[in-house]
Design a protein around this ligand. Structure first.
Ligand code: HEM
Length: 421
């Protein structure tokens, strides 16, 4: 029922219910269509006790939108926390790579980093014994480069075709729906004992590395052998390492159990508090570099992600630093919607023939289309490159950047390239 006291911010309706009223233009609540909302607390009713009218578009819009707030959580690495920052390059690496971000000392490239656990669902605790994801999106002037790594230098399997089995065995058991966020359970042991190549990663996974004290005390690894390629087309194998400025620290199991009970958000709170108080976490990016000759002579296949190349044999050379200096304004907008894809590389950085990496290059794009609802997820600000984009891809659900001009194909005679609005 409409209220009699329209001038007052909280007027009392005929049924004794409170009604809010918009006060002025600037703080007037509106619908998504921009129409002012007179009352956000009471639906339109026939008489004091209803029924509610279906024609109340304000109520319908509010509820319909709420009903659709969730998107699918990530199939792995569902629980994560993100932060913005920059990568600062130490020196000129032109002899190794033509990637723009590595050409000038002091050059800063904006980044977004998402840390994650692997097995737990989105609402699980921060400190289970689990591998941590360390995913970095570099917004370079030659496009986005995603270095999607973990805090362990090796992986459980050598071939991506085994990944669905590995994850099925490690996540909750399908009949009972538990345990979650626990790698130590029957299905997992069943699987890994049938998968001898997983033993190396298991030793790391069951070590203190998988119960880090904080995300700021954690190393990161690109895991695979990638390639740097210079202007002359010469290629060097490269493995990427993140070394935390604070060093490497873990909790012990008793502490982890207490922390998970007392503060399931322990790691995300720690990262948030550190950045908010100006204590910006830093990592050095280091590279192990080697050539085809080394690869041919090395005791293991350098394309096998279950093996490391010992740092004693190929030392890690620091090439730049990562600083996280800005928390997100909105966790959904950035941390949930960020779409890392290992296929996102830039000129001067290339994939290798590692079969695990090749499988990942298919999987991440595929899963983002499902999770973010269509092919236009690069239009979401956190995924959009910060350099010019010109292409003829168009339309699809939620198209925000649309080609302008008559020709939407190439080659063409009217315009040599497409402008994106
Ligand atoms: C070296 C091995 C691997 C590493 C280091 C790794 C790392 C990661 C990280 C860090 C994330 C979370 C990204 C984020 O924060 O949004 C992630 C997600 C994911 N990974 Fe992997 N992963 C590996 C192997 C694989 C393989 C072999 C596959 C599939 C064949 C795969 C499929 C996925 C999928 C589907 C997601 C969810 C992506 C999303 O929804 O955003 N990963 N991985």
């Amino acid at each position: 029922m409409p209220s009699k006291n329209q001038g007052c911010p909280f007027a009392v309706g005929n049924g004794g219910e409170l009604h809010q009223h918009a006060k002025g233009e600037e703080d007037t609540l509106t619908t998504q269509q921009g129409a002012p909302v007179a009352d956000d607390q009471n639906s339109l009713r026939v008489g004091a006790r209803g029924p509610t009218l279906l024609e109340d578009q304000v109520m319908r819009e509010k509820i319909f939108h709420f009903d659709h707030e969730r998107i699918p959580e990530r199939v792995v690495h569902a629980r994560g926390v993100g932060a913005h920052g920059y990568f600062e390059n130490y020196g000129n690496l032109a002899d190794l790579t033509r990637a723009g971000l590595f050409q000038r000392a002091g050059e800063k490239t904006p980044v977004f980093v998402r840390f994650s656990t692997v097995l737990g669902n989105k609402g699980s605790a921060d400190v289970p014994r689990d591998v941590r994801g360390f995913a970095v999106k570099f917004y370079t002037q030659q496009g986005n480069w995603d270095l999607v790594g973990n805090n362990i230098p090796v992986f459980f399997i050598q071939d991506a075709i085994k990944f669905p089995d590995l994850i099925h065995a490690a996540k909750q058991e399908p009949d009972r729906g538990f345990p979650q966020a626990q790698s130590a359970h029957d299905n997992f042991w069943d699987f890994v004992t049938l998968m001898p190549e997983s033993m190396h990663m298991l030793m790391w996974a069951m070590s203190d590395r998988t119960i880090p004290r904080s995300l700021r005390f954690m190393e990161g690894f690109g895991v695979h052998s990638f390639r740097f390629v210079n202007q002359a087309g010469e290629s060097t194998f490269v493995k990427f390492h993140w070394k935390p400025k604070l060093g490497l620290q873990s909790v012990v199991w008793n502490e982890a159990l207490k922390i998970n009970g007392a503060d399931p958000d322990f790691h995300r709170r720690d990262l948030w508090d550190a950045i908010q108080s100006g204590d910006f976490p830093e990592w050095e990016l280091g590279v192990q570099l080697f050539d085809e000759d080394f690869a041919d002579k090395f005791e293991f296949d350098v394309l096998d992600a279950t093996k490391i190349i010992p740092e004693e044999q190929v030392p890690v050379k620091p090439i730049g630093k990562l600083v996280l200096n800005r928390t997100v304004d909105n966790a959904f907008a950035d941390t949930e919607q960020v779409a890392f894809c290992t296929q996102n590389i830039v000129p001067g950085i290339d994939h290798s023939n590692d079969p695990l990496l090749q499988g990942r290059n298919f999987s991440y794009l595929d899963t983002q289309i499902k999770r973010l609802g269509g092919p236009n997820f690069t239009h979401i600000p956190i995924n959009a490159p910060k350099c010019p984009i010109r292409h003829f891809q168009q339309d699809g659900h939620m198209a925000m950047h649309n080609p302008v001009g008559r020709a939407n194909y190439e080659p063409n005679r009217t315009t040599w390239r497409c402008r994106i609005s």
